[in-house]
Design a protein around this ligand. Structure first.
Ligand code: ATP
Ligand code: MG
Length: 721
């Protein structure tokens, strides 16, 4: 049989990995060096040359999308569908195993998966049932405690604690939560992994079965595995099976979610694999590659590697400093337009950003230009739950008889209005031909609700009423900002969701205030006598209803840096490269997290094949306030000679833009070196002054808060003698 096509287009090191005869293999190599390609060819090689049955192979990747792609590629290489081949994510594979062995691990056949929101609710319920103080045992924190121990493989009885201590209480909650799950046939995410590990650990016959079945185990993106996943790999490997593991320590970006890059070193120690390094990059131009290498060089504790390319030098990296975020998005869309006009495909273009909230402006500009796009790993802006919640309040302020909005938020945040009460209100409204708002008012007056429900419902009506009054003469942005604050939406998400999720929601709400602030009422609406709020509401509804491009459609790709892992695109934009945004504010002070942000930057840059744009905005608004930020430190880590700076043209330059003029007059004695005091940040020293007039800004090094840029006009600095 001719198998040469399996080795064509592989370099020597890659071929060595694909054809390795004995033992385990660790392919440790940088981005774009063909790790995933080698793994796919290895599967095909084993099936075709070594006649390994597809049933004897287990391949693990990071996302379902990657798994689908891998299956397709193996199929094309072999010219047939590799039926029986197990390719999937760790969670997917564990789920499959548990379904097959439910009874043995003590689960009913009908067991259900508990997602993280359901898990939170259940934990809270257990805490309440135990009559514990939620202030002392915040459900979200207890949820974290449970997951952390599960991820490390510990059941309640394995956690050390002193009698009657705080820890003892937490362990007890964990135990009761677990009992409840068992009784109801519920399995949370960490439990999927843990149960499977226990199944294989405690049942020798099962372990023997799977060990003899999966003679070859192949794992992509190994640097992002956690403790339980590694334990599972060890159990499945046994003494005889062959592991083929590929990864890149420089691309470990899930440390914040429990991934342990040390697993690469542990694997080396536990299995003594043949380590194969791939050093040739086939993805990017020399310029892009060198820039990425130089950035990641700033991290310590790297395993270290050398990456080169035979590819052409390519274009310089294009760096665009936008005046503000709108200008940034317009610039990006204009470049995408150029690309398409020159015959490129929309799907060649990817816009990558640090946080989901950043997608909005790009979506808006793409919609305006009628370019199809798709947001990966997240919903489009106006379809996100928190945006819909806030918009529902806005609709109620606009029109208290908006029943859909009323239903959506009557119990958001939770105020003890249950399904039964809502049903009662609905029924009354139907009978009387009233809106839900009217119905509930009447029911309260007639004593038609239980005292508790009546109290809660009045509070809700009162809240809306207060908002209507408070915002009578407010601008649209002020109204949105007021409602987000008064409804306490952020606190509500924080109380029930993991910190990172709640944080993303908070950012999106800030983005909504900004959207309101920059909203330009269309002329037709104004002519038609619509209020600004009415225009805004209808525009948002239209945008939410607009259908996202179909999966197969040729469309521009929008996604966070995290979800871009493993992918590649001819044209890449890294947007919002600003200190505070990327690296993210929360990571700046922690060296470990900062290093992870830098790896994320490396992942982002190395997605680009031909052309890479890096953009940042000098000002951005959050909660109606203009923030000035400096370009990300990662930009400064790219050598100047690889960059071509693009400045915005005069036509888009707003008047008064003078950031780059020399430091100016020492306004009111505020000169470099002056000692000042700020109401919130305390005492500090002036270290920089830029711009003039309303744009003037000042950098102060605060004794406790560190260096900050402030807008001079609003900073209210007090000069200290
Ligand atoms: P990442 O670290 O980003 O996951 P990777 O190491 O998995 O990257 P691949 O995605 O497998 O890299 O390969 C990068 C690109 O280089 C792909 O387009 C792949 O087809 C191509 N490529 C890899 N090896 C070769 C080769 N020997 N000849 C030609 N092209 C290759
Ligand atoms: Mg890969």
């Amino acid at each position: 049989m001719d198998v040469s096509h399996l080795l064509d287009e592989l370099n020597d090191a890659q071929r060595q990995a694909v054809t390795a005869e004995d033992g385990h293999v660790l392919v440790l190599a940088g981005a774009g060096s063909g790790k995933t390609r080698v793994l796919v060819h290895r599967i095909a090689w084993l099936i075709q040359v070594h006649h390994v049955s597809p049933m004897g192979l287990l391949a693990v990747t990071f996302t379902n999308k990657a798994a689908g792609e891998m299956r397709g590629r193996v199929g094309r290489l072999l010219n047939l569908r590799p039926d029986g081949l197990w390719i999937g994510t760790f969670h997917g594979i564990c789920h499959r195993l548990l379904r097959m062995h439910a009874a043995e691990v003590g689960l009913p056949d009908t067991f259900q998966i508990l997602d993280s929101e359901d898990q939170y609710r259940l934990v809270r319920r257990v805490i309440r049932d135990m009559e514990l103080d939620e202030g002392e045992h915040p459900p979200r924190q207890v949820q974290g405690f449970i997951n952390h121990h599960k991820d490390d493989g510990r059941r309640p009885h394995q956690i050390e604690h002193f009698d009657r201590s705080f820890q003892a209480r937490q362990v007890e909650i964990y135990q009761r939560y677990q009992d409840y799950c068992e009784r109801s046939g519920l399995v949370d995410f960490a439990e999927l992994m843990l149960r499977t590990v226990e199944l294989l650990r405690d049942r020798p016959e099962r372990r023997a079965h799977y060990q003899s079945r999966f003679g070859h185990i192949l794992i992509d993106e190994f640097q992002d595995t956690n403790t339980l996943q590694y334990a599972l790999v060890r159990l499945l490997a046994g003494d005889n099976n062959r592991l083929f593991v590929v990864g890149d320590d420089d691309q470990s970006i899930y440390g914040w979610r429990g991934a342990r890059v040390e697993n690469v070193a542990h694997f080396n120690r536990d299995f003594q694999p043949d380590v194969i390094r791939l050093e040739q990059n086939y993805r990017s131009t020399r310029t892009i590659l060198e820039a990425a290498n130089r950035v990641i060089d700033h991290n310590d504790d790297r395993m270290g590697k050398n990456l080169w390319t035979e590819g052409e030098q390519g274009e310089p990296i294009h760096l665009f400093a936008a005046f503000n975020a709108e200008e940034e998005s317009e610039f990006v869309i204009a470049r995408i337009h150029d690309w398409i006009n020159q015959g490129g495909k929309p799907s060649d273009c990817a816009v990558l950003y640090r946080s989901n909230a950043q997608s909005r402006l790009f979506e808006q500009a793409l919609l305006r230009e009628d370019i199809p796009y798709r947001v990966y790993g997240g919903l489009r802006f106006f379809e996100r739950a928190e945006i819909k919640d806030a918009m529902a309040y806005l609709r109620l302020i606009h029109n208290p008889h908006d029943d859909a909005a009323f239903e959506r938020v009557i119990n958001v945040p939770a105020r003890g209005i249950g399904e039964q009460t809502v049903a009662r209100i609905r029924e009354h409204a139907r009978a009387q031909g009233q809106s839900l708002g009217q119905a509930v008012t009447e029911l309260i007056a007639q004593g038609g609700l239980s005292p508790r429900a009546a109290r809660s419902a009045s509070a809700f009506l009162q809240l809306i009423d207060n908002l209507v009054k408070a915002t009578e003469s407010a601008s649209l942005a002020e109204t949105v900002s007021a409602l987000v604050r008064q409804v306490e939406l952020v606190a509500w998400y924080q109380s029930r969701e993991p910190a990172d999720r709640a944080e993303a929601r908070e950012e999106n709400l800030a983005e909504l205030v900004r959207a309101a602030d920059s909203f330009d009422q269309p002329f037709e609406d104004e002519q038609a006598g619509l209020s600004v709020m009415a225009s805004f509401l209808s525009q948002a509804a239209l945008e939410a209803g607009e259908h996202q491009a179909e999966r197969w459609e040729d469309c521009v790709q929008l996604m966070t840096l995290h979800s871009a892992k493993g992918l590649e695109f001819p044209l890449v934009f890294l947007a919002g490269m600003e200190e505070g945004l990327f690296p993210h504010q929360k990571s700046i002070e922690e060296p470990g997290r900062l290093a992870e942000e830098r790896r994320l930057c490396y992942v982002g840059m190395t997605r680009a094949m031909q052309r890479l744009y890096i953009t940042h905005a000098e000002s951005r608004q959050t909660y109606g306030q203009t923030n000035f930020s400096r370009p990300s430190r990662f930009v400064a880590e790219i050598p100047d000679e690889l960059i071509e700076s693009i400045r915005s043209g005069p036509h888009v330059t707003p008047a008064g833009r003078s950031f780059h003029s020399a430091p100016r007059a020492e306004a009111g004695g505020l000169r470099l070196g002056a000692s000042v005091r700020h109401a919130k940040f305390g005492p500090g020293t002036v270290v920089s002054l830029e711009g003039q007039g309303p744009n003037a800004r000042i950098q102060v090094n605060f004794e406790s808060a560190g260096a900050k840029w402030l807008v001079l006009a609003y900073a209210n600095l007090e000069l200290v003698a």
